[in-house]
Design a protein around this ligand. Structure first.
Ligand code: ATP
Length: 421
């Protein structure tokens, strides 16, 4: 198998490249081979020369290397997040070019501490989580982090023994970035956040959440989540909270579980027993005598136009592909559409069917042509771009309920491999 190493030119990823190269040469050069990729974000004048420096280093150890430049428009705000998005997309493209089976990055235990602290500071849902050892990117390729339990000092000591130097990214000193501030905070802090994160416990909790979903949750036409009332009230069960919040994110078309204030409102609603509705996280919670129903709120639904051959996401909830040549538009179905009858036929209360069907996607051809070559597939924003390995079984269950197949499993044995049935 070929492994793509994401090398920024900093100490961690250079150390990873060198360590893997030595390990493969010493043990199994026929089974594994390496390739490397550097993303030039083109945000600093020196970045092109630094990428060339990595290319020269890779050539010196005989590892094929590719530079991928981020050429797209650069936003003025949220530049770190946009750069990250572009970086993973370009790394995945490079992996495809090299026919690599996975990507590895140089994240260290220092990065893990920062991540945990940042997530604790904006904590949402049950417990702050750390980075996963393996993350599936874009349903395409697994990103592994072999150095996640190793600290930066050891990596630098290893590089020193090999006389290898590295670049220090100047943005690491820019305190407008949250991660940089957190790093400074950690330098003076006792290691209080350690122990707050246990990947094994998280994987077990997530897998129990998956079992609860299988046992208690039904999803109708990718639009309505139905939960028996007796079960919906199990609000003190952390695994159930995890499952419920994941479902809310998927129904709302969001890439993250709801923010803390939304979580509080949901908990308060679940504490009551009176029948009625409330809205949180773009999702309607509709409590009826026959059950608790969740569906997308009929607000803020936009119209999307797709040229022939284009693919896009509508409302964060559906992937739409226009396989024809004429342009199409996708908008909310509105009142009295075909989904309403379908949901009523599935046994849902007419009020729920009516409201939920308002938010179903409806495709129209812009010039009256047939819309036969259009495909619509539910999108699971919570997991489709980044799926942390410890949530894989839960993600598969949710994908199944929304009419999708399982996510590709990781290329290595992971925590969940034994838990799978
Ligand atoms: N420009 C780059 N080109 C290739 N790989 C990179 C680049 N930047 C970062 N990486 C990879 O990502 C790892 C982590 O880098 P860094 O700590 O800068 O990213 P982060 O922003 O903290 O993490 P994340 O990428 O998960 O958001 C590096 O060790 C390296 O493997």
């Amino acid at each position: 198998m070929r492994i793509l190493v994401a090398v920024s030119g900093g100490s961690d990823s250079k150390g990873l490249l060198l360590a893997l190269n030595e390990a493969i040469e010493a043990s199994d050069p026929n089974r594994f081979s390496l390739a490397a990729c550097t993303v030039d974000h083109a945000l600093r004048p020196e970045s092109a020369a630094e990428a060339q420096g990595v290319a020269a280093f890779c050539a010196s150890i005989g590892v094929p290397h590719l530079i991928k430049r981020w050429d797209g428009p650069k936003p003025l705000t949220g530049i770190q997040a946009a750069a990250r998005e572009a970086r993973y997309r370009l790394l995945a493209d490079a992996a495809e070019r090299f026919d690599a089976g996975c990507i590895v990055t140089g994240h260290t235990s220092d990065d893990q501490r920062e991540t945990i602290l940042m997530r604790m500071q904006r904590a949402t849902g049950p417990g702050a989580s750390g980075m996963a050892r393996a993350t599936l990117y874009d349903r395409r390729i697994w990103v592994l982090r072999p150095f996640l339990n190793l600290d930066r000092t050891s990596i630098r000591a290893f590089l020193a023994t090999r006389d290898v130097t590295w670049f220090d990214d100047p943005s690491n000193a820019n305190t407008t970035f949250e991660r940089v501030r957190v790093r400074a905070e950690l330098a003076h802090a006792p290691r209080a956040e350690e122990g707050a994160w246990d990947a094994g416990a998280r994987a077990r909790s997530s897998t129990r959440a998956a079992a609860l979903i299988t046992r208690h949750v039904r999803v109708h036409a990718g639009l309505v989540v139905e939960i028996p009332l007796a079960f919906a009230e199990h609000r003190d069960d952390v695994d159930w909270q995890r499952a419920l919040l994941a479902l809310v994110a998927v129904v709302g078309g969001r890439a993250h579980i709801p923010a803390a204030d939304t979580v509080k409102r949901v908990a308060a609603f679940l504490r009551e027993t009176t029948l009625g509705r409330m809205t949180a996280g773009r999702c309607v919670f509709d409590r009826r005598a026959s059950g608790l129903y969740l569906y997308r709120e009929a607000r803020g639904l936009t119209t999307l136009t797709l040229a022939g051959g284009e693919t896009a996401t509508w409302d964060g909830r559906f992937h739409v592909r226009n396989g024809g040549s004429a342009p199409i538009s996708v908008a909310a179905e509105g009142r009295g559409g075909p989904q309403q009858q379908r949901l009523i036929a599935a046994g849902l209360p007419p009020g729920v069917a009516g409201r939920a069907s308002l938010t179903a996607p409806r495709v129209r051809s812009e010039n009256g042509e047939s819309v036969a070559s259009i495909t619509i597939e539910p999108r699971i924003g919570l997991y489709d771009t980044f799926l942390p390995g410890f949530d894989r079984i839960m993600a598969d269950r949710i994908a199944g309920l929304f009419g999708r197949g399982p996510y590709p499993p990781p290329p290595v044995h992971d925590l969940l491999t034994e838990m799978e049935r």
